[in-house]
Design a binder for this molecule. Structure first.
Ligand code: ATP
Ligand code: MG
Length: 229
């Protein structure tokens, strides 16, 4: 009897401050395109590159994500980074995630081009490329191309990379394949959402409705909160 194919799991890290339809749509397209069985969203507890200013609590960001994925059975949320020592370095999170998975499961790390551009400065970045197969996707408004990704990878890995049209990924000796996806079409950012909320403007239709309601109920990102500090 043949064994069922190993599960393909995508992990998407981010601050999700707050989660928006740009995140969800990118994950949906990538899962469809690369036949992922599940995408797990993993909010950072205290991102190393971001200050605490305007950062909703980990519990609030986790709650908003949970509401956002409730109607998509292929999506889930992980509190892993909340359980790891702060700040959460991607390499630690990926290793911890991999350790919790069935060894047969293939792990993919989903990351937008804007975040990935700085990968050479991430802690133990070479180790990262051995732990999971990256899936790098375009983000509207951010310059990037397959060729530019190849160049970036050669600099970050210090060795030549080879594009395969069939697997839509770059291969580099000693590392997991690095996939590239051109989609990710919604030009929405959490920064813009926070600005809108602080100014008392609507974020409806940029964020799932239950998240709109959660933000209102909890008074997140509201101007009054800033004044009270
Ligand atoms: P901020 O403005 O606070 O940085 P953000 O909108 O960039 O928020 P993040 O939580 O920083 O959201 O992003 C998490 C991941 O999702 C990153 O890999 C990022 O590239 C990707 N991403 C964010 N917004 C979009 C979008 N509109 N389309 C595609 N990918 C996105
Ligand atoms: Mg960002």
């Amino acid at each position: 009897m043949s064994r069922p194919p190993a599960a393909r799991l995508g992990l998407m890290g981010g601050t999700f401050n707050p989660v928006h339809l740009g995140h969800l749509r990118a994950a949906e397209e990538i899962a469809e395109h690369f036949r992922l069985d599940q995408v797990v969203f993993m909010p950072a507890a205290q991102p190393p590159h971001k200050g605490r200013d305007e950062l909703a609590s980990f519990a609030d960001r986790l709650a908003m994500l949970t509401l956002a994925v409730a109607d998509q059975s292929a999506f889930a949320v992980s509190d892993l980074e909340g359980r790891l020592p702060s700040p959460s370095y991607t390499v630690n999170s990926l290793k911890a995630a991999a350790a919790e998975l069935d060894p047969e499961t293939r792990l993919f790390f989903l990351v937008g081009y804007d975040s990935f551009r700085t990968v050479a400065h991430w802690r133990d970045h070479l180790e990262l490329f051995k732990t999971a197969s990256f899936m790098v996707f375009r983000r509207p408004g951010v310059r990037g191309s397959r060729a530019a990704l190849g160049q970036l990878l050669e600099e970050a890995l210090g060795r030549p990379v080879r594009w395969s049209e069939e697997s839509e990924s770059y291969a580099a000796e000693g590392f997991e394949p690095i996939h590239y996806y051109r989609g990710g079409r919604l030009e929405i950012s959490s920064t813009d959402l926070r600005k809108r909320l602080t100014a008392g403007l609507s974020v409806r239709y940029l964020v799932p409705n239950p998240v709109v309601e959660y933000i209102a109920e909890h008074g997140l990102y509201a101007r009054q909160k800033k004044w009270r500090r």
